[in-house]
Design a protein around this ligand. Structure first.
Ligand code: SF4
Length: 375
C-alpha cells in the first residue's frame, strides 16, 4: 500500500487522473478472455499493442507497475486511453497481435524485435550484384530474401564467407557502386583495380570494376541458391579436389586449411537441410477450440498461416475448407528455405507457439505431404 502511495505521488496530478480513469474502465469493462489490447496517445497514436489469454488480468499488471522504473508504467503514464478486442483463443490473440504490430509499428513494442534478434538469417539483397550476408532478425519490409532462422551467427558468417569466396560473390558495403562490363554507359573513371583484395586474389568477380557482366554475376547468385538448397555441390567438389592436390604435393598446411573450408561449407548445407525439414514439419491444419464455441481452423504451411476461418461444422463447410486446404497445399517448386522478409515474424511466432505448446502440435492434423518438383 505504501509503495502504491509513493508511486502515485510521483505521477503529475493530470497524468494520475487519466491513469485512474483508464484503470476504472479496465476494472469495470474488461473480462478475462483471450484478446489483444492497445494503449493510445492523445492524438490516437498506438503506443503499444499486447496480447493475453486473460486481457483484464494482463492490463491490470500494467497498472500495478512501478513508475518510472517499469516500461509498463511509463506507457500507462503516456497513454490517454486503452482499448481491447477479444479473440477466440490465445493462439488467435498471438496472430492478431503480430498483425496489429506490423500495421501500427508501436513505439513501445520492442519485445517482438528482441525475439527476432535471437536468430541469425542469411539475407540475399535485391538489386544489382546481390549480396549474401548474415543479419540478426529481418530488416522489416524490404525486397531481400531471407534464409533461416539459424542459431550461431558467427559460424554462419564464417561458412557464408567460404561460399562467397568459392563463387566470387561480393561481400563489400551495400552502398558500393557496381559497374558491370555490359553496362551501356560506364563512368569514365572506372578503375580496373578496385583496391579490393578479394578481386585481386580472385575471390570476387569484380562487379564493381566492370570485370563481369550482370548475367555472369547473377548466374553465380543462382548457384549460391542452388548450393544452399542442396542441389549444387560444385564449390565443395572444387575445394576437395584442391585439397587432394595439395596433399599429393605434400602441402599439408594448405590441405588442412582447405579441409576446414570444406567442413564449413558442408555444415552450411547441413544446416539448410535441417532448416527446410523443420519448417516443412510446420505444415498442417490446426483447429483451436474458441471462447463461446467460436472454434477456428487454421491452414499452416511452412510455418505461415495461409488460411484461417471458422471451423467447419456442416458437410458443405467442410467441403469448402477441404478445397482451401488443397489450394494451399498445391504442388509448388521445391522449397529453398527462403522466407520473404514480411513473413519472418510469423514463422518465428508459429514455431515458438508449437515449441512452447507441444501438445498442440499433436492435435494438429498433418496434411498429405506436398508434392514437390525441382524449381
Ligand atoms: S571486388 Fe568490388 S564488388 Fe567485389 S568485394 Fe571487392 S569491392 Fe566488392
Amino acid at each position: 500500500m505504501a509503495l502504491r502511495r509513493r508511486r502515485r505521488k510521483e505521477l503529475p496530478p493530470l497524468v494520475e487522473a487519466r491513469r485512474d480513469t483508464m484503470l476504472a474502465a479496465v476494472k469495470s469493462d474488461a473480462r478475462d478472455k483471450p484478446g489483444t489490447y492497445r494503449l493510445l496517445a492523445e492524438d490516437g497514436e498506438v503506443l503499444y499493442v499486447g496480447k493475453s489469454k486473460g486481457v483484464r488480468t494482463r492490463l491490470l499488471t500494467h497498472f500495478r507497475a512501478e513508475y518510472p522504473r517499469d516500461k509498463s508504467a511509463r506507457m500507462i503514464a503516456e497513454a490517454h486511453s486503452v482499448a481491447w478486442d477479444y479473440e477466440p483463443s490465445e493462439f488467435a490473440a498471438c496472430i492478431s497481435e503480430l498483425r496489429l504490430i506490423k500495421r501500427w509499428r508501436p513505439r513501445y513494442n520492442v519485445a517482438m524485435k528482441r525475439d527476432a534478434r535471437h536468430y541469425a538469417f542469411i539475407r540475399l539483397t535485391a538489386g544489382p550484384a546481390p549480396k549474401l550476408h548474415v543479419v540478426r532478425g529481418s530488416h522489416g519490409h524490404d525486397d531481400a530474401t531471407y534464409f533461416g532462422p539459424f542459431h550461431g551467427a558467427v559460424q554462419l558468417a564464417e561458412a557464408l564467407r567460404e561460399l562467397n569466396d568459392a563463387l566470387g560473390l561480393r561481400d563489400c558495403a551495400l552502398d558500393t557502386r557496381m559497374h558491370f562490363a555490359d553496362q551501356v554507359e560506364l563512368p569514365v573513371a572506372v578503375a580496373r583495380t578496385p583496391g579490393c583484395i578479394r578481386y585481386e586474389i580472385g575471390r570476387c568477380l569484380g562487379p564493381c570494376v566492370a570485370a563481369t557482366t550482370a548475367a555472369q554475376y547473377d548466374e553465380r547468385v543462382r548457384l549460391a541458391r542452388e548450393f544452399l538448397a542442396g542441389r549444387h555441390d560444385a564449390p565443395i567438389v572444387a575445394l576437395r579436389e584442391a585439397m587432394e592436390a595439395s596433399s599429393e604435393r605434400l602441402e599439408f598446411e594448405r590441405a588442412a586449411a582447405l579441409r576446414d573450408k570444406v567442413t564449413r561449407l558442408e555444415s552450411l548445407q547441413a544446416q539448410f537441410t535441417r532448416l527446410r525439414f523443420a519448417v516443412e514439419t510446420l505444415s498442417f491444419t490446426y483447429t483451436v477450440s474458441g471462447d463461446g464455441g467460436d472454434d477456428r481452423a487454421y491452414v499452416i504451411r511452412r510455418g505461415r498461416v495461409r488460411h484461417e476461418g471458422p471451423a467447419p461444422r456442416t458437410p458443405a463447410e467442410q467441403a469448402l475448407f477441404d478445397a482451401r486446404v488443397a489450394e494451399v497445399f498445391a504442388p509448388v517448386a521445391r522449397d529453398s528455405g527462403a522466407v520473404p522478409a514480411h513473413e519472418i515474424d510469423e514463422l518465428l511466432l508459429v514455431a515458438s507457439w508449437f515449441r512452447q505448446h507441444p501438445a498442440e502440435l499433436e492435435r494438429a492434423t498433418p496434411t498429405a505431404p506436398a508434392l514437390t518438383r525441382s524449381a
